[in-house]
Design a protein around this ligand. Structure first.
Ligand code: GLU
Length: 300
């Protein structure tokens, strides 16, 4: 396994040159484009890593999966009264459909509009609970958020602000949209490593076992929703293509991370900051394709 990881990393390293580090959040532009890492956490407890698997980066959209976990635990499947669970060919930051008269709710919890509507449904200290759950699942109590990325995103996130206010105008979120956004920007700024992502992915691959309580949802329903929604929307508007090419429920983030859960087998975290035109780590996507092929990971 160790040898496979190292080979796959080297095979895909060149792809990073074809991508671009995210810059629409100014602090993300400082990421080192040469960083590249893989971590695999197997269900039997073995862990393997290659490259910069311990380098920190911001979790960004991968936090949407944790937010969905908590929203489901707090509200059960009533969450889907405010956000759908269908695929879309629109990009992650799409806005216009929210203003169409027949649109009832954002299409899924993985696009920004759906994620903001999901975080809004978490009770109590939304960000604090997301951070706490990530620390619990990874066993890494030192995980925290980057103040710099948070402030950078808060200062420049006009499109997300427009989305949150439109959600409020449409009655999809209750309370103060700016307060919900503040939690959303902080959750996106949580710093993790590829190995932290592998552990979160393993938790899901293992049926979400091990939490003291699941609130308003049962464990299997939680697991099925999370993995199904990652499959249909975790890679945004190329989720279908990714399902065919990789076939593993995954979620990417503009920080360069991809988190992938292989049911009953392993959790995978990959990291390389340069992105393709759809906002996915370009080398990360390549690594996932190679790993799926070499380890026969596709669930299809
Ligand atoms: N914080 C980012 C945003 O809201 C997340 C997007 C992503 O990772 O795809 O734009």
């Amino acid at each position: 396994m160790q040898k496979i990881l190292e080979e796959v990393l080297e095979e895909n390293r060149h792809l990073a040159k074809k991508g671009r580090v995210a810059s629409y959040i100014p602090a993300l532009a400082k990421a080192n484009p040469h960083h590249i890492g893989i971590c695999i956490a197997e269900i039997n407890g073995n862990m393997y890593k290659a490259g910069d698997a311990d380098a920190k980066f911001t979790i960004q959209s991968i936090s949407k999966v944790i937010a969905l976990m908590l929203a489901l635990m707090d509200n059960g499947e009533k969450v889907f009264e405010k956000v759908g669970r269908e695929g879309t060919e629109d990009p992650f930051n799409t806005l216009y459909k929210l203003d169409l008269p027949h649109t009832e709710k954002p299409v899924n919890p993985m696009i920004n509009a759906g994620a903001i509507a999901t975080t809004a449904q978490i009770k109590g200290d939304k960000f604090g609970r997301i951070l706490e759950l990530i620390r619990r699942i990874t066993g890494n109590l030192s995980i925290d958020y980057s103040r710099e990325v948070y402030i950078s995103e808060k200062e420049t996130g006009e499109k997300n602000k427009a989305i949150a206010h439109l959600l409020k105008a449409r009655g999809i979120i209750e309370g103060d949209p700016d307060e919900v956004l503040d939690h959303y920007f902080k959750q996106c700024s949580i710093e993790v490593t590829a190995c932290d992502l592998a552990k979160i992915a393993l938790f899901m691959a293992n049926g979400c076992q091990g939490l003291p309580s699941y609130g308003e949802i049962d464990r299997k329903t939680l697991y099925r929703n999370l993995l199904a929604i990652m499959t249909i929307g975790g890679m945004y508007n190329v989720s279908g293509q990714y399902a065919a090419e990789v076939g593993v429920p995954s979620k990417s983030g503009v920080g360069g991370g991809i988190m992938a859960s292989v049911p009953g087998r392993m959790g995978i975290g990959v990291f390389s900051p340069p992105l393709d035109e759809n906002g996915h780590s370009i080398a990360g996507y390549g690594i996932m394709k190679s790993l799926s092929h070499r380890l026969d990971l596709s669930i299809f």
